[in-house]
Design a protein around this ligand. Structure first.
Ligand code: COA
Length: 649
């Protein structure tokens, strides 16, 4: 069934966001709430958000999107003829079931029902209708307009067809669907965080550390916000109710501590009431970083999350790959629990879980069966075997004639480079290395930037040595662009800063849009260009100019970069894509693939050795070229004045 008309029930935080993203994707959307003022407020918020998106160049026309959203207070009007109904009304079971029961009578029989609940069983909600097979969960993350993940939840009676429709809809929104195969409390993302929340509470209850001491420790590790500040931010009551819900549905170990209950009773709900763990009356609390505790290990939180992730796999809720994807996208984290687990020692995880379970008297920290049986590494190996279905942060486009575009594809984050981007880039380079259809690679960015560098948000690296490894990984992956035996053109279509500039430096040719800006801002962040910047820049422009850029963080225009010899050519903005394509086509038509592979290697490696050795390599390479069919083709086509037809053989 093709989805055309969507009804979103509720115009609040989630409802208006879901309506907005659906309309942006081209759906006709009826947004319904019980009072006109709620609907009006929702529409106002959508309008404000769309204007921002238009300013950022993410949508073309605010009015066109708005015209697809039909606000109403009339439930019958909203759901009549709808193909998909998404419910986002308050998290109260009776309200939700009442709305669904009414919709069941008003909607057409084939309409799919979805709930955006984050706490209720889809199976239980579905019982309010006579279409349990057409009932699924679509769990968006807040704010829907920014968050890429949607959990698609299978209730006990959901049909394959309903899940497929849900998945297709999420993909059409440009978001990433992760199917939750079993209807468990907390689904994937919230469920994985549940035990670390319980650990935080247990630490406070036992008086091992205070909220500020823990927050300071986490902030020192690079988190933008400590867990207690975050709890204040989202609402103490929200956390309290989640604990209560998990205590009822998973284990009494989740029962919230007295102090949390007292805070809720006293109305100390965090930012919204001015007081929570912190005093918010004068704005965001100042965390004293000197108070960072060393009485607990930040790794403990990761370990209990890994444990929960393994339990989800054991229960058949999702496989490790999907869990990693969900956690990274749902929580904006650089690593998923299984990726993190692969860097840890299996025994260390097992022993620490046993210690935590004993120390706090909580069964929920006891190791999962797989960990107990020391089969975690096996599980991780299985994950490696599963080929990734598709790229999420990059895009590969075959343009024909041997030209392949590799697009850094996180336009809303200015194509910043996360661990996932690095991993996907690595895979893509391997793919293109072997791909006979690809003769020239153009690497560019989606939207207005080439890449604004390393993703500075939420990098959880706990030890300097891990940071060394993180840098080494990026440097090795970028270096493969210089090693792949085909020409790589960086089409610098906007900002190329930090790691973005470093990607471009590792390419063979750099073509830039006139409006592009290049620079190495790391010095102003207290770090250094760690993905080959300090080394490659010197080769490109000499010590003096390399110093100027890396030492001062100065940003230069594309034209200046061209004068310096960093950029090979600059094109006007409106002709940029056309000119880049022409440039690549010219290479494919005129240049022999094996010659290019050899030349690229000689120039890159030859500069690293004494000249007489480089010359020796050059002679040997000439011999290799001489033995190719392409050499015969090149010379004979020239003599016969015929069109070239290189085969790369
Ligand atoms: N890491 C994480 N997020 C980044 C980022 C980075 N390196 N660079 C940009 N972003 C985010 C911004 O925080 C912003 O997020 P928001 O929409 O949630 O507020 C979004 O990308 C758009 O950037 P914004 O700053 O609003 O755009 P702008 O046009 O005003 O400025 C830049 C663009 C590139 C000049 C500016 O974002 C910048 O200086 N970024 C940092 C670049 C940097 O230092 N890179 C080196 C990293 S080692």
């Amino acid at each position: 069934m093709e989805i055309k008309k969507i009804a979103v029930l509720g115009a609040g935080d989630m409802g208006h966001g879901i309506a907005e993203v659906s309309a942006i994707a081209g759906y006709e959307v009826w947004m319904r709430d019980i009072k006109q003022e709620f609907v009006d407020r929702g529409m106002e918020r959508i309008k404000q958000s769309l204007v921002k998106l238009q300013e950022k160049g993410k949508i073309e026309n605010v009015e066109q999107v708005l015209a697809r959203i039909h606000p109403t207070v009339d439930l019958a009007e909203a759901v009549k003829d709808a193909d998909l109904i998404i419910e986002a009304v308050p998290e109260v079971f009776e309200i939700k079931t009442q709305v669904f029961a009414e919709c069941d009578k008003l909607a057409k029989p084939e309409c799919i029902f979805a709930s955006n609940t984050s706490t209720m069983r889809i199976t239980d909600l579905a019982k309010a209708t006579k279409r349990e097979d057409k009932f699924i969960g679509l769990h968006f993350f807040n704010p829907p307009v920014l968050m890429k993940l949607v959990e698609v939840i299978r209730g006990e009676k959901s049909s394959d067809e309903a899940i497929k429709i849900g998945v297709e809809y999420v993909k059409k929104l440009g978001k990433v669907p992760v199917v939750v195969r079993k209807d468990v409390p907390g689904f994937i993302v919230n469920r994985i965080q549940a035990p670390s929340g319980a650990l935080l509470m247990a630490i406070i209850e036992k008086g091992i550390a205070k909220p500020e001491e823990i927050d300071a420790m986490m902030r020192k590790m690079g988190l933008p916000m400590g867990p207690f500040e975050l709890m204040d931010f989202t609402g103490i009551d929200v956390f309290y109710h989640a604990c209560k819900y998990y205590a009822k549905t998973i284990s009494p170990d989740y029962e919230p501590p007295k102090i949390l209950e007292e805070m809720v009773k006293a109305g100390k709900l965090g930012k919204k009431t001015g007081k929570g763990w912190y005093d918010w009356s004068a704005g965001r609390p100042q965390i004293d970083m000197d108070k960072a505790t060393d009485k607990i290990s930040p790794m403990d939180f990761s370990i209990v999350e890994i444990n929960e992730a393994v339990k989800l796999v054991e229960m058949g809720v999702a496989d490790p790959q999907d869990i990693d994807t969900a956690v990274k996208l749902g929580l904006n984290r650089p690593f998923g629990p299984f990726e993190l687990a692969s860097t840890l020692d299996e025994d260390q995880i097992l022993n620490r879980l046993n210690e935590l379970a004993q120390m706090f008297g909580k069964k929920i920290f006891e190791p999962a069966e797989t960990i107990k049986a020391k089969k975690l590494k096996k599980l991780l190996e299985k994950k490696e075997e599963k080929p990734s279905e598709e790229f999420q942060t990059i895009k590969i486009e075959k343009l024909g004639d041997g030209i392949t575009k590799l697009i850094l594809n996180r336009p809303d984050r200015l194509n910043t480079i996360s661990v996932q981007v690095l991993d996907e880039l690595d895979k893509a380079i391997t793919m293109l290395w072997k791909d006979d259809e690809t003769r020239v690679i153009i690497i560019t960015g989606a939207g207005r930037a080439f890449s604004a560098g390393a993703d500075l948000s939420g990098t959880i690296i706990t030890h300097p040595f891990d940071f060394v490894e993180h840098n080494r990984k990026g440097e090795r992956i970028f270096r493969r662009l210089a090693e792949i035996p085909k020409p790589v053109i960086a089409a610098i279509n906007g900002y190329a800063l930090g790691g973005g500039f470093e990607i471009a430096m590792n390419c063979d040719i750099r073509l830039a849009k006139k409006s592009a800006i290049l620079g190495l801002p790391e010095v102003g962040l207290g770090i250094i260009p760690g993905w080959s910047g300090t080394q490659r820049l010197v080769k490109l422009v000499g010590i003096s100019r390399a110093m100027q850029l890396a030492l001062t963080g100065e940003r230069i225009t594309a034209e200046e970069a061209e004068r310096w010899g960093i950029v090979n050519k600059v094109f006007d903005d409106d002709k940029f894509e056309e000119e880049v394509l022409k440039y690549a086509k010219n290479i494919v038509e005129r240049c022999a693939p094996i010659s290019m592979a050899l030349i690229k290697r000689l120039i890159n490696k030859g500069g690293e050795v004494p000249m007489d050795i480089g010359m020796e390599w050059e002679c040997t390479a000439c011999g290799v070229a001489f033995a190719t069919d392409d050499m015969k083709e090149g010379i004979s086509a020239f003599l016969r004045k015929e069109k070239l037809n290189f085969k790369g053989r």
